[in-house]
Design a protein around this ligand. Structure first.
Ligand code: HEC
Length: 177
């Protein structure tokens, strides 16, 4: 191999490595895990009934992030938001059953989705996909990591909420007593 073609091979290899690193959501998603104590340590700040997919969702945030956001500061590094998605209990017609307050009733847990923010995260995403320093991950009801590790849809759908730090429920966090 002459010198020129050796350089070409090297350049090609480096480019391939770069492509692997920039696979959407791959590397950093593996760093996001469900905190073992979130049910007891985190604050459940809102519950969302979703008519479109017949789900009830409980949203939790770690207390340090809640305090910062309520004080008017951005969600700090180390913020974790957990979304538990439950199937709504359905009646014989397949419609969600409502309780005395008109709210859906939880049935089985369907998935646990998570957002975590850390200083320096998100750098591998292209600008039109990156959600600041947030990373996304999805888990099965057993809390094992979901086999689908492509978090591109998460990033795409949350991207327009940029002015609210990519959060749909920022107002609900701020409204916590
Ligand atoms: C089609 C749009 C859409 C997609 C795709 C989506 N989300 Fe969301 N996400 C929402 C909406 C809307 C909410 C507000 C709560 C609700 O309605 O369930 C939300 C809320 C959240 C929250 C609570 C914090 C917040 O922003 O309010 C987390 C955590 C979350 N999503 C994680 C994920 C993960 C992980 C994925 C990908 C596996 C994902 N989301 C994909 C629309 C989306």
């Amino acid at each position: 191999m002459n010198r020129c073609s050796r350089i070409a091979v090297l350049v090609g290899a480096v480019a391939a490595m770069g492509a692997a690193w920039s696979l959407p959501g791959w590397a950093a998603t593996e760093d996001v895990n469900v905190p073992a104590d979130y049910k007891t340590r985190f604050v459940r700040y809102t519950t969302v009934d979703r008519a479109d997919n017949k789900q009830v969702r409980d949203l939790y945030v770690n207390p340090e992030a809640l305090a910062a956001i309520k004080a008017g500061r951005p969600a700090p590094s180390g913020t974790v938001i957990v979304l538990e998605a439950y199937r709504a209990r359905l009646d014989a017609n397949g419609d969600p059953v409502k309780d005395a307050n008109g709210r859906y009733i939880k049935d089985a847990l369907a998935a646990v989705n998570l957002m975590e923010k850390r200083t320096g995260w998100g750098m591998n995403y292209p600008a039109d996909l990156r959600n600041g320093e947030w990373e996304y991950a999805s888990f099965l009801p057993t809390l094992a990591r979901s086999e689908n590790r492509d978090m591109t849809p998460c990033l795409q759908c949350h991207l327009p909420k940029k002015d609210d730090d990519y959060l749909f429920s920022l107002a609900a966090i701020k409204a916590q007593l």
